[in-house]
Design a protein around this ligand. Sequence first.
Ligand code: 13P
Length: 304
Amino acid sequence: MKSTAEFMNNAMKAGLTVPAFNVPYLPMVEPVIRAVVDQDSFGLIAVARLEWIKFEAQGPAAVMEEFKKWNEPENVRIHLDHVPVIDEDNLEVDYLSIIREAIDLGYQSVMVDGSRLDLEGNIEATRRVAEMAHAAGVPCEAELGAVMGHEAGPPPPYEELFESGMGFTDVEEAKRFVQQTNCDWLSVAIGSIHGAVSGALKDKKKVSARLNLDHLEKLHQATGIPLVLHGGSGVKQEYLLAAIKQGITKVNVGTEIRQTYESALRETGALSSAQDAVYDRTCWLLKDYFGLSGTRERVVGEAG
Ligand code: 13P
């Protein structure tokens, strides 16, 4: 079977992006896959550690089991999102064991998030994970810079964050980071923020983030590998589409479909209605937001 790394490279060359849909609730897997298939697109089903700690994804094994029930290998792959070395509550995580477990379960790409460490610590943790993942033929994503929002409590005022470039990925560091870690894809901080995951803030509408496209261009030139945009929900569309042309080859979307699922379930009490709402929202994202309908073959090739 062709690797997700190959699909990402195809997408980068074609100026397309691969959306990664986070599934904090297991019943979201089916409607997301159905939408990706119906839109003739390619995408990833993703789960981050915090989605089984703070939500109801249960764990990498449960998500894999659900994925296998609905898997359409010509359209979707499964990805392990954020496994932090230090988590959003500042606790140390046994990240190597979690990533090892996911690789053994058959996850087709993994992410280590050492962004709360200093540069050398992040390089060391990422290098170890990249080595382990590559030995199993699995690509490894890493993060450099600070894509905020997952921490408890309100994030800094957005305009202040954007104007100051707070936490933005440093260009020279990114170049060195990629060379020294051998990571395949790099999550960069260029203005997006993650949707909140704690307390009442998690139900709020996200700010409409902008992206610093000049900064992205420099990162793209310096690294030459597929770059990843986290916090994809609610980014202003004109910035998002321009960023995709400038090397953002994967966009993570969580809050947008999580809030859709949660509010439909609250309003109707019916799981099938919540699933239908996720299906509709995912179709809208693929077709109207990303403009990815009908692009599957350009990413996967003729016989994926
Ligand atoms: P949003 O929840 O803001 O879409 O971000 C998702 C994400 O980046 C998961 O890694």
